[in-house]
Design a protein around this ligand. Sequence first.
Ligand code: HH2
Length: 278
Amino acid sequence: MITVRNDRPLIMGILNVTPDSFSDGGRYLDSVAALSRARQMIAEGADLIDVGGESTRPGATEVAPDEELRRVIPVVEGLASDGVKVSVDTSKALVAKECLEAGAAMINDVSAFSDPHMAGVCAAAKCAVCLMHMQGAPRTMQSNPQYRDVVAEVRELLLLRARLAEKAGVCKEHIWLDPGIGFGKTVRHNLLLLCHLDSLVETGYPVMVGISRKSFLGKVATPDENPLPLEERLEAGLAAQVLAQHNGVRMVRTHDVKASVRAATMASAIISADADEA
Ligand code: HH2
């Protein structure tokens, strides 16, 4: 069971067991290195670890289920046996099923249950689920994303998928929504979604967000026309994270656990200062 924290948003540490993820691709392909990275993130304060065996970065190509399983299962088993809460970043029901049997507590689906078997698998396992919004598919999603009203459309699609999940037997309390920053969105779409997170929070489902190291940070926070490289995006990411927290987000997906925990704890102390006084 993944339960929200009252003191600060949950911090989900990212662990990509892939050769091609945009930030940590190729670093944790070996399960010993992956487990050691996960344990480091837990020591830094991560509440759960999101294990991914398929990159969803713009332009990424699909991975066969067997290969995805070969990458993630040893890591899921290792972490679950340590008592760590594990989420698996997958859009395939087959992969989700085996990971849940291996001890995963959450399925993080960037396609919001596009696989028709996913809802049934998650309902049977009584696991937490994240339904994330994406326009198009990773290979082409950044070519020319268009919306009439990005905030309303993202909310509409996620609510539809959440209701379908509930109909298939997933408990309402287990469903998280995520606007999918960078998934078929321009810089302006990302900013609008972050500015209007309340429109998702109002739905009553807990909301999570993944901002960490994404390219829009480098495009917005640069002092000139050259986007900031990956390793220079931390401050911009933390600013966005803190505002997301202020707007009601209950979980943050991040590569930089130590910094995210500290920023969230500080923001939380300010947000709740009046309540603490009473
Ligand atoms: N972003 C990425 C992957 N999974 N899941 C959710 N719920 N929200 C996100 O914003 C999100 C996600 C992309 O980041 P990353 O895992 O670092 O890269 P890659 O997809 O290349 O593995």
